[in-house]
Design a protein around this ligand. Structure first.
Ligand SMILES: C[S@@+](CC[C@H](N)C(=O)[O-])C[C@H]1O[C@@H](n2cnc3c(N)ncnc32)[C@H](O)[C@@H]1O
Length: 360
C-alpha cells in the first residue's frame, strides 16, 4: 500500500516507527515463518517500491541460499542499488502480470504491485499457468486485501490496462471508510496513483479478484490477516507444506482484535490527514494574509510619501498666498495713507497684523 503524505523510513524495525505502517515488512513475523515452514527457496516480489520489504527478502534468500526476483516497472534508486548489491536478487524492470509469464515458477509470491482487480486476477492466473507441470499452486501473499483496496481498484497506470478493465477513477479525490464514493481529502494518491470512483460491485478490488480466482479451486485456501491494510495468503490444502502454512496462520485469520486495531489506526491516521489538510489550508490563508499585509504596508508607505509631498506643496502655496496678501494689503495701506496724508505702516507690521487674520 502506498499512501500519500508519508514515506516510510528506511528501517521500520527501529524504535523510530513510521507514522503509518504500510510496508509488508510490518508483517514479517507472519510471512517469514510461512516461508520457513513451507521450505520455499525461490521468491518473486511484485512491487518493490523503495526496497523496505525487499531488503528483508534479500537477507532471507541470502541466508537460505534461495533466489529473489523483484518486479517493478519504476524501481527507485534504492531498489536498484539493493538488487545490484546482492547475488541472490534480480530486479525485473517490467510490469506484472506480463513479467510473471517470463519467470520460472517460484515457491512463493508477494503480490504488492498494482492493486486492482484486473492486475491481481491476471497475476494469480499467470502464477497458476506456471504451476501446471504437476506442481501445486505456490504460496501467494497478497497485500491490500483489506480497506481501502479490498473492494476498490487502485491504478498506478490505468492507461496501461485494457480500457474495459478500468473503472472510472480520480487522481485527486480520496477515500474514507464511511463512504463508498470518493471525497475531498481522505486517503489519496496525490498524483501517484488513482482510485476508482466507486467502492464495491463486480470486478472491483484486490479481495474481489482473489475470491473470484478461488471460486472452483477447492484445493486452495485463503487466510486473511486483517491488519496493515490486510494480508491475504493463498496456500494449497493438498500438500503437507501448504496445510502447515494454513495451521500456522489459523490464529491470525480474520482475528477480531487485529480488525479492531486496524480500524482504529485507520481512523486515527485519517484524523492526522484531516489535521494536515486543515493546517495546509490555514498556512495558505496565512501566506495570503501576509502578502496582503505586505501590499497594504507598501501602499501605506506610498500614501505617507504622497502626503508629505502634498504638505510641502501646501506650505509653498500658503507662503506664496501670505506674501501676495501682505503685498496687496501694503499697496492698499499706502493708497489710504496717501489719501489721508498719513504715514503707511511698514510691510513687516502689516504682515504681522495679517498673520492673526483668518480668511473668511
Ligand atoms: C505499495 S508499493 C510496494 C511496497 C513494497 N512491496 C513494500 O511492502 O514495502 C507498490 C509498488 O508497485 C509498483 N508497481 C505498480 N504497478 C506495478 C505492476 N504492474 N507490476 C509490478 N509493480 C508495479 C510501484 O512502482 C510501486 O513501487
Amino acid at each position: 500500500m502506498t499512501v500519500a503524505h508519508h514515506r516510510e523510513g528506511d528501517d521500520d524495525s527501529s524504535d523510530r516507527a513510521p507514522l503509518l505502517l504500510h510496508s509488508l515488512a510490518a508483517l514479517r513475523e507472519v510471512i517469514f515463518p510461512c516461508l520457513d515452514i513451507s521450505g520455499a527457496r525461490t521468491l518473486v516480489e511484485v512491487g518493490g517500491e523503495d526496497g523496505t520489504f525487499t531488503r528483508e527478502l534479500v537477507a532471507w534468500t541470502e541466508k537460505t541460499g534461495g533466489r529473489l526476483y523483484c518486479v517493478d516497472p519504476q524501481p527507485s534508486a534504492k531498489l536498484v542499488e539493493l538488487c545490484d548489491g546482492s547475488d541472490a536478487a534480480e530486479l525485473i524492470v517490467d510490469r506484472s502480470p506480463a513479467a510473471l509469464e517470463s519467470l520460472e515458477r517460484a515457491d512463493a509470491y508477494m503480490l504488492d504491485g498494482d492493486h486492482n482487480y484486473y492486475t491481481v486476477r491476471n497475476e494469480l492466473e499467470a502464477i497458476e499457468r506456471r504451476s501446471r507441470d504437476g506442481s501445486s499452486m505456490p504460496l501467494v501473499f497478497l497485500h491490500d486485501v483489506g480497506w481501502p483496496c479490498g473492494r476498490r481498484d487502485q491504478y498506478y497506470s490505468p492507461e496501461s490496462l485494457p480500457a474495459e478493465a478500468v473503472h472510472p477513477y480520480t487522481y485527486d479525490r480520496g477515500v474514507i471508510p464511511e463512504s463508498s464514493e470518493v471525497v475531498k481529502g481522505g486517503f489519496r494518491g496525490a498524483g501517484e496513483f488513482a482510485v476508482a470512483l466507486e467502492e464495491g460491485g463486480e470486478a472491483n478490488g484486490v479481495l474481489t479478484a482473489v475470491e473470484d480466482f478461488l471460486e472452483g479451486r477447492p484445493e486452495l485456501s485463503l487466510v486473511t490477516v486483517p491488519c496493515v491494510f490486510g494480508l491475504g495468503v493463498i496456500h494449497p490444502t493438498s500438500s503437507t507444506e501448504g496445510r502447515a502454512v494454513g495451521e500456522l496462520l489459523q490464529f491470525y485469520d480474520g482475528h477480531p482484535l487485529l480488525e479492531r486495531l486496524e480500524r482504529n489506526r485507520l481512523t486515527l491516521y485519517l484524523r492526522v490527514l484531516e489535521l494536515q489538510d486543515g493546517m495546509r489550508s490555514l498556512m495558505a490563508q496565512l501566506d495570503d494574509t501576509s502578502l496582503r499585509l505586505r501590499d497594504a504596508g507598501t501602499e501605506n508607505r506610498a500614501l505617507w510619501a504622497r502626503n508629505a509631498e502634498l504638505e510641502a506643496h501646501l506650505k509653498v502655496f500658503t507662503d506664496e498666498a501670505g506674501f501676495l496678501l501682505a503685498s496687496r494689503a501694503f499697496t492698499v495701506a499706502e493708497r489710504l495713507a496717501k489719501l489721508h496724508g498719513s504715514k503707511a505702516p511698514s510691510r513687516d507690521r502689516l504682515r504681522a497684523a495679517l498673520e492673526g487674520v483668518q480668511p473668511a
